[in-house]
Design a protein around this ligand. Structure first.
Ligand code: NAG
Ligand code: NAG
Ligand code: NAG
Ligand code: NAG
Ligand code: NAG
Ligand code: NAG
Length: 421
């Protein structure tokens, strides 16, 4: 905020030894500047340059009721144009001082500095101040009004809705150069809660106390608010707040917030339902398991032949084929297999043989079933990652005999899908 300053004017001299061509932070480009009619206004631009840089001239322009040049500074001379003659002064390097500004002086004021940089190139720098001059209360209709917002406002700090009173409507482009003071229905005084769209706002505490609320510009702010006269009567506006209506306003806001929450929850619920049904589909639609065992007590096959197990008690997913003894992988995933085998007896020789078999996937051995003693039971288990196209089966291993004998009812092959890939 740039405030009016009565200042000791320093007239310009180009002092050697400035550090660099820089703008002071006092007045940013495009910044609004507020003044009251009859006051003096300083636009405190301040540009400084390095020794290797040069300033050739400085020009000031006005854009508002007209477009014109205000003044020029060149060769150590400050020259103001006729329509600003006697009204403007040059302060330090770039600052402009306007005497007795009027509402008609509202407009954009720009400064243009031309010179050369360290490399000798010609440079121009331009900054603008957006000036608003008021000659009375700077509101849309020259009066102050207190209104009650139709909708309650959510306050994050206490997580509640509040009835909002507005005091305005001001025409300042940014926060006004003063505060208003509120008087609550119980007579206590307080500050505004926020400022929005030209209105100071007061959030009423819950539960709402009905009665008269008012807003005024305190006497000490009269000058900043451009109120005329030396002892201005306080500018003041009030409203009567009905506590029942206020509570309803808060409840309406709560209800509509609940509705919104509810609809958000419904969307979330429906997303969850879809996810769950996908998940259910994934887990439910894929059941793979089988169990098969042999039938006759003495079966003879040759080395590397699949062990045939015709008694199939379960075959979910139809991966197992009894006629081949092979399990064809129906879905990609991780599988568990278990195989048990007991060696059989040769009917002709009436000899027992060692148990010797292997669980293979596409012919590669996964685990072996071997017993060193004739007639003993052996087993093997494995967890294997498989994909569609592969097959797993039991086959006879190499024994001392040409044929391999196994005892059907004591031989079985089991498998199931642990998880889908
Ligand atoms: C202008 O800027 C120069 C350099 O930063 C500084 O020394 C000087 O005090 C400023 N003048 C005013 C009036 O702010
Ligand atoms: C003043 O400047 C503002 C912001 O740069 C611009 O929007 C506005 O049109 C200008 N007004 C005039 C009269 O040049
Ligand atoms: C209002 O704000 C001013 C300063 O901004 C402070 O001095 C004063 O105590 C505040 N008044 C209340 C009632 O909070
Ligand atoms: C509220 O203000 C109105 C009009 O300004 C007045 O008639 C009424 O008596 C006031 N009520 C209270 C409780 O001060
Ligand atoms: C569940 O799977 C079946 C058969 O694969 C399919 O037709 C259906 O669209 C799936 N449902 C969902 C919700 O993905
Ligand atoms: C199964 O695995 C094979 C080999 O890794 C791959 O090419 C194929 O896309 C997979 N199929 C599915 C349905 O994931």
């Amino acid at each position: 905020m740039v405030v009016l300053r009565v200042l000791f004017l320093m007239f310009l001299t180009f002092l050697p030894g400035f550090t660099a061509l820089t703008w002071s932070d006092d007045l940013k480009d495009g910044q609004p500047v507020y003044a009251c009619a009859g006051a003096n206004l300083l636009l405190p631009w301040n540009v400084s340059k390095a020794t290797t840089e040069g300033i050739e001239d400085i020009k000031w322009f006005y854009s508002g009721r007209s477009q014109e040049m205000i003044a020029i500074f060149a060769n150590g001379n400050f020259l103001s144009m006729p329509s600003f003659d006697g009204r403007v002064l040059h302060v330090t390097t770039g600052g402009l001082y306007l005497r007795h500004v009027q509402v008609s002086d509202t407009g954009n004021y720009s400064i243009e500095v031309s010179g050369h940089d360290a490399s000798g190139a010609f440079v121009t720098h331009r900054h603008t101040a957006v000036v608003r001059v008021g000659d009375s209360l700077m509101t849309t209709d020259g009066d102050l009004h207190v209104t009650e917002e139709v909708k309650a406002m959510w306050d994050n700090s206490d997580q509640q809705f509040h009835v909002v009173l507005n005091c305005g409507t001001f025409t300042y482009l940014t926060y006004p150069p003063f505060e208003v003071e509120w008087t609550h229905s119980d007579g206590s005084k307080g500050n505004s809660s926020t400022y929005n769209d030209g209105k100071f706002q007061l959030l009423l505490a819950n539960p709402i106390k009905g009665g008269n609320y008012s807003c005024r510009i305190p006497a000490h702010s009269a000058a900043a608010a451009c109120l005329p006269g030396h002892t201005p009567k306080p500018v003041f506006a009030g409203i009567s707040v009905d506590s029942m209506e206020g509570r309803l306003t808060v409840m309406e806001a709560q209800q509509s917030a609940l509705k919104e929450d509810n609809s958000d929850l419904n969307i979330e619920l429906s997303n969850l339902k879809t996810e769950f049904s996908d998940y259910k589909n994934d887990t439910e639609s894929v059941h793979v398991s089988f169990h098969a065992k042999g039938s006759s007590s003495s079966i003879s096959i040759t080395y590397t032949q699949p062990v045939l197990l015709p008694t199939v008690s379960i075959n979910q997913g139809n991966g197992f084929t009894a006629s081949t003894g092979k399990f064809a992988v129906p879905v990609n995933g991780t599988y568990f297999f278990a195989a048990t085998m007991s060696s059989g007896r040769s009917a002709s020789a009436n000899n027992y043989y060692r148990t010797d078999a292997e669980l293979v996937v596409d012919g590669s051995v996964v685990c072996k079933i071997q017993s060193p003693v004739y007639g003993e039971v052996g087993s093997c288990q494995a967890v294997v990652e498989l994909h569609v196209g592969q097959s797993a089966w039991l086959r006879c291993g190499r024994t001392v005999a040409t044929n391999c004998y196994y005892n059907g009812p004591v031989t079985s092959f089991t498998g199931f899908l642990i998880s889908q890939a």
